[in-house]
Design a binder for this molecule. Structure first.
Ligand code: HPA
Ligand code: ZN
Length: 341
């Protein structure tokens, strides 16, 4: 297939984003704009020199830059602009549903109140629902390099807003911070009605995926690449229809895989795993949903059926109502039916 045809096909697919950290959508131009108006000095003198720093050998090297970038976000308006800019961008890519992560501790640890963060993000999401018809869910992530006690404090701060928050997740430095460290706070989070997900098996071993499933009781695994090291785990994931929210460009940029051609998504689909494709931190990893679909499809030579399966899987794996899932899945299928491939 010609590249331009592939791009056009991908553009037209109705898409759901289920694995995206809103702080990871802070593009350099907006970072500079917000830094200027907040009188914050960045360590880089131009957008170009900042972008040159976006070369990572592993997750931690990325996280160090990502947390530094997030320091420009101080006021409600900053979180609102960040989220609104992201939503307008993905609207242009035919993303119709988003389930966004936000990292409250990245901000509360710097003295920015929880209320400021969530108000800015939520107001932009509500506007996008009304004006762009993008439905949404919001997922509060605990930073796993911090203690469980800190996560409990974050949970406490979230409770006045629990009608706005659909689930909790677990992100940041994976190695050495297993899901088992957060058993109690996940249990307590569930008791407040939050759905549960966790990053596992990105850099950490398959054992961390077992822990996320068996000890935390998560309903989805973010990344989960390393499940392929363990046949019994793959079977468990298939038997329980556990979605894996994969992020191909992120995997290449963080050297989870060496080349896009090595990405396991096609193998996972073939095994019957409910695998989906997302963008993780689009401002840092070179692309949003379309670019992730495109680079993966090109490198793995994905066919029309595989592309359709990925799009269907994302709605299936979402937290939309059954009725809304069926509606979007039908739209995806109708779209592929109209393509003469
Ligand atoms: N992995 C873990 N934590 C993160 C990531 C990621 O890719 N992005 C933002 N927080
Ligand atoms: Zn992630």
């Amino acid at each position: 297939m010609e590249s331009s045809d592939l791009l056009k096909i991908i553009q037209g697919i109705p898409k759901a984003e289920l694995h995206m950290h809103i702080e990871g959508s802070l593009e350099p131009d907006l970072m500079f704009e917000i830094a200027n108006r907040n009188n914050i000095a960045l360590a880089y003198d131009s957008i170009e020199s900042l972008k040159n720093a976006y070369k990572f050998n592993n997750l931690q090297e990325f996280l160090d830059i990502y947390y530094t970038g997030a320091q420009v976000l101080i006021y409600e308006r900053d979180f609102y602009d960040l989220t609104w800019t992201y939503l307008c961008k993905v609207y242009s890519q035919n993303v119709v549903h988003v389930e966004l992560f936000f990292d409250p501790q990245t901000h509360t640890d710097r003295g920015v109140e929880f209320d400021v963060v969530i108000n800015g993000i939520y107001k932009a999401l509500v506007k996008a629902k009304k004006e762009l018809n993008i439905s949404f869910q919001l997922i509060m992530s605990y930073l796993r390099h911090l203690s469980e006690e800190e996560a409990f404090k974050t949970l406490e701060s979230s409770l006045p807003y629990k009608q706005w928050i659909d689930g909790v997740g677990l992100d940041s430095s994976e190695k050495g911070n297993p899901p088992s460290k957060f058993v109690n706070v996940f249990k307590e989070s569930a008791s407040h009605g939050y759905k549960l997900v966790a990053h596992a098996g990105e850099e950490g071993p398959a054992d961390y995926i077992w822990e996320a499933l068996d000890l935390l009781n998560v309903v989805r695994i973010d990344h989960g690449n390393r499940c392929l090291d363990d046949e019994a785990l793959v079977q468990r994931i298939i038997d329980n229809n556990i979605p894996l929210t994969l992020c191909p460009l992120s995997n290449v940029e963080l050297k989870v895989i060496q080349r896009m051609e090595d990405h396991p998504v096609a193998k996972m689909l073939q095994k019957g795993i409910l695998a989906t494709i997302h963008s993780d931190d689009p401002a840092y990893f070179g692309g949003y949903m379309n670019e992730n679909y495109y680079e993966t499809a090109k490198a793995l030579n994905l066919n029309k059926e595989q592309l359709m399966q990925l799009a269907v899987n994302a709605f299936e794996a979402s937290w939309l109502s059954r009725e809304a899932k069926e509606k979007h899945i039908l739209e995806v299928k109708n779209y592929f039916d109209t393509l003469n491939l």
